[in-house]
Write a protein that binds this ligand. Structure first.
Ligand SMILES: [Ca+2]
Length: 118
């Protein structure tokens, strides 16, 4: 079953695009998998899935296993990828991403992507 109502083929394409270590780019990934064009509700659901311990934050360890939410056989992110991804979403520098940051972040990303696609 596709994660957060995403299309299986899109998820596969997104995962194939970052199969090599250190090739993960969150912007390309969100765009390829379709999450960037999902509704706020779907994005919230995605957050809840990634936040495996329901702490209300995505911590570094959860972020590291980010891709496995999309496919159990996906690789873990490298430390470098995790840190880059975390730094992008961790606006207050507390080392984790809260839903209050995640949501506007995805909305922002959606605007950027829509403007770049055309
Ligand atoms: Ca958590």
């Amino acid at each position: 079953m596709a994660f957060a109502g995403l299309n299986d083929a899109d998820v596969k394409a997104a995962l194939d695009g970052c199969a090599a270590a250190d090739s993960f780019d969150y912007k390309s990934f969100f765009k390829a998998c379709g999450l960037a064009s999902k509704s706020s509700d779907d994005v919230k659901k995605a957050f809840a899935t990634i936040d495996q311990d329901n702490s209300g934050f995505i911590e570094e360890e959860e972020l590291k296993l980010f891709l496995q939410n999309f496919s159990p056989s996906a690789r873990a992110l490298t430390d470098k990828e995790t840190k880059t991804f975390l730094a992008a979403g961790d606006s207050d520098g507390d080392g984790k991403i809260g839903v209050d940051v995640w949501l506007p972040y995805l909305v922002y990303l959606r605007c950027v992507l829509i403007n770049n696609i055309r």
